[in-house]
Design a protein around this ligand. Structure first.
Ligand code: NAD
Length: 344
């Protein structure tokens, strides 16, 4: 089976390509990625020579290129990650988000329709199992108060240009199922953490600043709550939905791992305190927590996201792994890379 993965040089896409080539070495994966500031081919070093992996540098908004790739590889599936993904950047430069997240999604979706369908609700025999899997975020549902959870039935209420552009792309994907009968699935997941995440995101920023003994910036009072999902768990969930999810359906992916940003930064500092006692002593410090500083809150900052993921759990058997172990392992890897020394 030939699969198109868009945005595969980014954080989640690169983890997903490595996961898939390990699990399904016979699938051919073509990675279409523009290599914006967020994409990095170093993330794919482990598979760059894999006989069933191919990289194409290009823009998902370039219809001619996308059509060429569909006709050359006759894709049986698309897993669509490519997006502008950082909320702070969407506040400064929303147009790039509309361009890539809305127009880019439309382009790939529409080329899939033209390639896979003869006409409305008539799939070409050759593409009878071909599926478009759209990767989205829980941020499309807006914000929660202290209680409650997002479910697949929650109303859309995006609050940032990023989440609004993702919401728009979700709607396009939905409409292609209802209007044309295109085989689509959408997954909306919570905040991910894990290897290959860009430095600009919260967990890498905390670790990077701590290792440089610089102040660790936390928005507002650090009370915003996120449900942190390990990226490999996310990859397993995508695999389940791509292969066995019901066409036209949305699946929410969460981790049952809610924390305030303050809890999270404290936990990371405690792991660092344990692993780097000598470094702390050298700096005459007791704890990395001494580096935490509070900065002005982000405008429109959603208070809490939390996900009820019982649908994917009950229908497809999705469960999560231990967040504490994953976080500790990740921090160990970053320390090793940063200081080029192996601890433990
Ligand atoms: P990322 O920013 O790390 O990677 C995005 C990738 O897309 C990069 O490699 C970039 O070069 C590529 N790209 C950007 N514009 C492109 C274009 N016009 N054409 C081709 N490639 C382009 O993002 P990520 O964190 O890996 O997120 C991947 C997807 O998952 C996104 O759709 C995002 O909305 C969604 N998501 C992410 C999270 C998270 O916590 N990171 C949570 C929920 C959903």
């Amino acid at each position: 089976m030939n699969l198109l993965v868009t945005g595969g040089a980014g954080f989640i896409g690169s983890n997903f390509i490595i996961y898939m080539l390990n699990k399904f070495p016979k699938y051919k994966i073509v990675n279409l990625d523009l290599l914006t500031y967020a994409g990095n081919l170093e993330n794919l070093k482990a598979v760059e020579k894999h006989p069933n992996y191919e990289f194409v540098k290009g823009n998902i908004c370039n219809r001619e290129l996308v059509e060429y790739l569909f006709s050359k590889y006759e894709f049986q599936g698309v897993i669509h990650f490519a997006a502008e993904s950082h909320v702070d950047n969407s506040i400064k430069n929303p147009s790039a988000f509309v361009e890539t997240n809305v127009l880019g999604t439309f382009t790939v979706l529409d080329v899939a329709r033209n390639t896979w369908l003869d006409k409305q609700n008539e799939v070409k025999e050759k593409y009878k199992n071909a599926r478009f899997h759209h990767i989205s975020t829980d941020e499309v549902y807006g914000t929660l108060g202290e209680g409650g959870y997002f479910t697949e039935d929650s109303p859309y209420a995006p609050n940032s240009p990023y989440s609004a552009s993702k919401a728009a792309s979700d709607m396009l994907v939905r409409s292609y199922y209802h209007t044309y009968g295109l085989n689509v699935v959408t997954t909306n997941c919570s905040n991910n953490f894990g290897p290959n995440q860009h430095d600009e995101k919260l967990i890498p920023t905390i670790i990077r600043k701590a290792l440089a003994f610089e102040s660790i910036p936390i928005y507002g009072e650090g009370l915003n709550v996120r449900d942190w999902l390990f990226v490999e768990d996310h990859c397993r969930a995508i695999d389940l939905v791509f292969h066995d999810g019901k066409s036209g359906e949305t699946y929410l992916i969460g981790a049952d791992n809610e924390r305030t940003n303050l809890d999270l930064v404290n936990e990371i500092c405690e792991i660092l305190d344990e692993k780097l006692q000598l470094k702390l002593k050298e700096k005459e410090m007791n704890s990395f927590k001494q580096l935490i500083t509070f900065v002005d809150d982000r405008p429109g900052h959603d208070f809490r996201y939390a996900i009820d993921f019982s649908k994917i759990n009950l229908e497809l058997g999705f469960t999560v792994s231990s967040s504490k172990e994953n976080l500790s392992k990740l921090i160990g890897q970053i320390i090793t890379r940063t200081y080029s020394l192996r601890l433990n």
